[in-house]
Design a protein around this ligand. Structure first.
Ligand code: C2E
Ligand code: CA
Ligand code: CA
Length: 409
């Protein structure tokens, strides 16, 4: 049993319209038939998904030439009106009776394998394996647990200080999500955010994070300074669901007294997509006084033109650069270039992942504005953050001395 899903068919539909999309599907079906014997069955089971049954073939030896032929023919250009469209296919393979002995289970196995083919980069095929079944069960379990986590109050936000590099004074904090799972303990966002994005749960989670972080920032602000800012990570998925996002948040911000100052952190991918919906959302937030930071700067396309176009306020230099900083090395040169260009454009720069005094010294010397990292504090619950602020007040003078700007060479 083959489960075939066309890659990026949606883009054809969106760009060329549904009539030409239908034409492509008809052509794909014809091409599929041409690869098969008369005894084989091909079916379209919905959208751009097809299944093929290949009775009586031996695993790998006989199947693979057929699959390779299918992949090749489906990837050839499709002439649609005056345009050539290009799509490819991802194929999952499950074999009777080794992998499953019912139609339902065969389909399910082939579907899971297809999903793996997609994740491995598309335009390829994958065999079903038992490990895949296990991984899929873990996934399903996590997905349903994620749904309950908000209601069960299992999420908690940690706060990590962001300091003015020159004075060492805490001036902002980044809100970082944690999941206190009743069985698995503390789970870091890297382990569940991608899943939450894939299933759309990130919309509810992100909404909770925003409101909780803003409420806590209202508590922290009087303890820290009037221009204290809370920095909140926003997933690209959230920006594409505008009904869930800005209007509600802007109202929510207006209700806060005092209203804390908010920075949202987005990745550069969001800006590069040039999506109109995303543009509108960012503009609405800006108009409501929310500032914007580009996270993980330097790891992707790093285009400086969009920083101006979207009126970005901060760039955050990625940890990988900070980690490798050394006197006169490439990372230092890159960081310096980022700082100079950002300043020319009127943006300010936050360096992430500062762990050593030497990294701080080098960043300060190239004129970086703000710093964040274990040197200043790990992400921590709000009560610990309050304590840190209290202790810092007492030692501000010493800190200011330590942070005095030193020459680079
Ligand atoms: P990020 O926004 O780049 O966050 C910085 C990560 O670096 C955090 O990991 C933080 O704990 C870690 N970090 C901070 N200082 C240091 C340091 O000096 N050394 C090292 N080695 N690491 C440091 P964390 O908390 O595990 O978050 C991982 C990612 O998860 C974040 O990366 C962010 O992309 C995402 N994330 C966290 N909270 C949220 C959220 O509420 N919403 C969304 N959409 N994403 C979130
Ligand atoms: Ca961030
Ligand atoms: Ca980052």
């Amino acid at each position: 049993m083959l489960f075939i899903d066309l890659d990026r068919f949606k883009e054809v539909n969106d760009c060329l319209g549904h009539d030409l999309g239908d034409e492509l599907l008809l052509e794909a079906a014809k091409r599929l038939q041409r690869c098969l014997r008369t005894d084989d069955t091909v079916a379209r089971i919905g959208g751009d998904e097809f299944t093929v049954t290949l009775p009586g073939l031996a695993k790998t030896l006989d199947i693979e030439p057929v699959i390779t032929a299918i992949l090749r023919t489906l990837a050839e250009p499709y002439r649609l009106g005056d345009e050539d469209a290009f799509v490819s296919a991802s194929i999952g393979v499950a074999c009777f009776p080794d992998d499953a002995d019912s139609v339902t289970d065969l389909l399910k196995g082939a579907d899971q394998a297809m999903y793996n083919a997609k994740r491995s980069g598309r335009n390829r095929f994958c065999y079903y394996t038992a490990a895949m079944e296990k991984a899929s069960q873990v996934r399903m379990h996590l997905i349903s647990a994620l749904h309950q986590a908000i209601d069960e109050k299992q999420f908690i936000i940690y706060y990590q200080p962001i300091v003015d590099l020159e004075t060492g004074r805490i001036i902002k904090a980044e809100a970082l999500l944690r999941w206190r799972h009743p069985e698995h303990g503390m789970i870091s966002p890297g382990a569940f955010i991608p899943l939450a994005e894939e299933t759309g749960t990130i919309n509810d989670i992100g909404d909770w994070v925003f409101r909780e972080a803003v409420r806590n920032a209202a508590v922290l602000q009087p303890l820290i300074c009037p221009d204290f800012q809370i920095s909140i990570n926003i997933s690209p998925v959230q920006l594409r669901h505008p009904d869930r996002l800005c209007a509600g948040w802007i109202d929510f911000l207006r209700e806060q007294a005092p209203c804390p100052s908010v920075v949202i952190e987005i990745t550069e991918g969001v800006l590069l997509q040039g999506d109109d919906i995303v543009d509108d959302q960012l503009r609405l937030l800006r108009d409501a006084g929310v500032q914007c930071a580009v996270d993980d700067f330097g790891t992707g396309y790093s285009s400086l033109s969009y920083l101006k176009k979207f009126s970005i306020d901060y760039v955050k230099i990625d940890q990988s650069f900070t980690r490798n900083l050394g006197p006169e090395n490439d990372s230092l040169a890159l960081c310096e270039a980022i700082v100079v260009m950002a300043h020319k454009l009127g943006l300010r720069v936050i360096a992430e992942g500062i762990e050593t005094a030497e990294q701080r010294r080098l960043l300060l010397a190239i004129g970086c504005d703000f710093g964040q990292g274990y040197l200043y504090g790990k992400p921590m619950p709000i009560d610990e953050f309050e304590k840190l602020v209290g202790n810092r007040e007492a030692t501000t003078e010493t800190v200011a001395l330590i942070h005095r700007r030193e020459p680079l060479h």
